[in-house]
Design a protein around this ligand. Structure first.
Ligand SMILES: [Zn+2]
Length: 427
């Protein structure tokens, strides 16, 4: 019996364990969709004035989404939130500013199109940087769904109570992280460690797609990190920040890793969607994470071309690719262990090590057993480059300090494993 004869049943067993373990997870299998550019409806940037009440609502800022405001017969301000186009994933992003001449307590009703439901707990800020979650006692849910699915159990609309004053109050589905915030974070991270930031292309609307390069730019061993294909998925972005900051920090482990590895990070795949306050799509009206086989959109083309260039320039390989997202609850979507790339079973070993490092945390894992057509980033990373690849999903409501802790642990464990594997099979 040779080694691979032993290994196959073990891999099958591992796959079965993972499959059984993740039986409760939602089906991640993306439907086949046409990713050629479709029209979108741009929201009108404006300030809605209620002159008699001296109340003002505005979407005139990056990340804002507010399509209409009217006052109903009970005195509530009814805010309508619509998507960039449809059909679309149920992630109804909203963000607006509200202020009043005098201090007031007002009721604001958030309503959505017939097919959508309310999803995100309102976050508040007075400076656009620090955020709190609105006290649940200030939220009244209307027409709560019967369930049993996560989406179906959500309310059709909510009425929230807000305290307004002359100073604008930001109200948003999640903490606002626009291209400006992301680029500031990239520049600060680069400056701290003397890393490089470069523009690798432009989005459909001409915003830069920027790459942060950490580590050794001539290394033949490389990893890829991307996030924010989907604009509202801010918690996934926070996880990416914790992950990347750990790769970039001053620890002995990170410094050793960076000597031998090139780390390429695209923190903002969809800057147009983020700044326009989209629910899901890019400015071409397309879910970018369905375009990794047809490459009809500039944002996916840019990363595809970058990877080809980098492999040609270094003569090396990408060993690991991670794409950060958000969904209802934390979940990992790795490739099935039947797919062996440049560092076989890396992702399974990594998830085990993360779990061992965080006691009392039972992660949900759902493996993907269908490779083609690639459609999503993870499958493309594996199929074209042999990267061990994963979609790393964070829940909308996952406590922000836990997101950070898990991201830091995840980064530490992947560095150790990649270095171990590299020692065992020198380039
Ligand atoms: Zn996503």
């Amino acid at each position: 019996m040779n080694q691979s004869d032993i290994r196959k049943p073990l891999l099958l067993l591992a796959a079965l364990c993972l499959a059984a373990f993740s039986a409760l997870a939602q089906d991640p299998e993306p439907q086949q969709v046409d990713t050629t550019t479709k029209p979108i409806e741009k929201q009108v940037r404006q300030t809605f004035e209620f002159k008699d009440d001296r109340i003002y609502f505005s979407n005139e800022f990056d990340g804002g989404r507010l399509n209409r405001v009217e006052k109903d017969e009970t005195g509530r301000y009814v805010i309508t939130i619509t998507p960039e186009n449809a059909p679309i994933n149920m992630s109804p992003w909203y963000a607006f500013k509200v202020w009043s001449k005098k201090k007031k307590e007002i009721k604001v009703r958030l309503v959505y199109p017939e097919f959508a439901r309310h999803r995100y707990d309102p976050k508040l800020s007075t400076d656009g940087r620090t955020w709190t979650t609105l006290d649940p006692a200030m939220i009244v849910e209307e027409e709560k769904g019967p369930g049993p699915g996560i989406i179906d159990s959500q309310p059709k609309s909510v009425t929230i109570t807000l305290r307004t004053s002359k100073k604008p109050l930001w109200v948003s589905a999640q903490e606002i992280q626009t291209s400006k915030h992301v680029f500031e974070w990239m520049d600060a991270t680069a400056k701290r460690g003397r890393f490089a930031v470069e523009e690798i292309g432009k989005s459909r609307e001409g915003r830069p797609i920027r790459m942060l390069t950490i580590g050794n730019p001539t290394a033949k061993r490389m990893i890829l990190v991307i996030s924010r294909q989907h604009p509202p998925e801010v918690t996934g972005y926070f996880a990416m920040q914790a992950f990347v900051e750990t790769l970039a920090n001053d620890s002995e482990l990170a410094r050793a890793f960076r000597n031998d590895w090139g780390i390429y990070v695209v923190p903002l795949m969809n800057p147009d969607g983020v700044d326009e306050g989209h629910w899901r799509h890019n400015q071409g009206g397309i879910d970018l994470n369905r375009d990794w086989s047809d490459f009809n959109q500039p944002e996916t083309q840019i990363v595809r071309d970058f990877l080809n260039r980098r492999v040609a320039e270094t003569g090396g390989k990408f060993y690991f690719g991670i794409d950060f997202h958000s969904t209802w609850n934390d979940i990992y979507y790795p490739m099935s262990p039947i797919f062996e790339g440049n560092s076989p079973r890396l992702v399974q070993r990594w998830l085990e090590n993360i779990q061992a490092s965080i006691p009392d945390y039972q992660p949900r894992i759902q493996v993907n057993a269908r490779l083609l057509p690639t459609r999503v980033s993870r499958n493309f990373f594996f199929d074209r480059h042999g990267m061990e690849a994963i979609v790393y999903e964070i829940g909308d409501k996952t406590p922000r300090d836990f997101i950070r802790k898990k991201g830091e642990t995840a980064a530490g464990e992947i560095m150790k494993l990649l270095m171990d594997d590299a020692r065992r099979s020198p380039h």
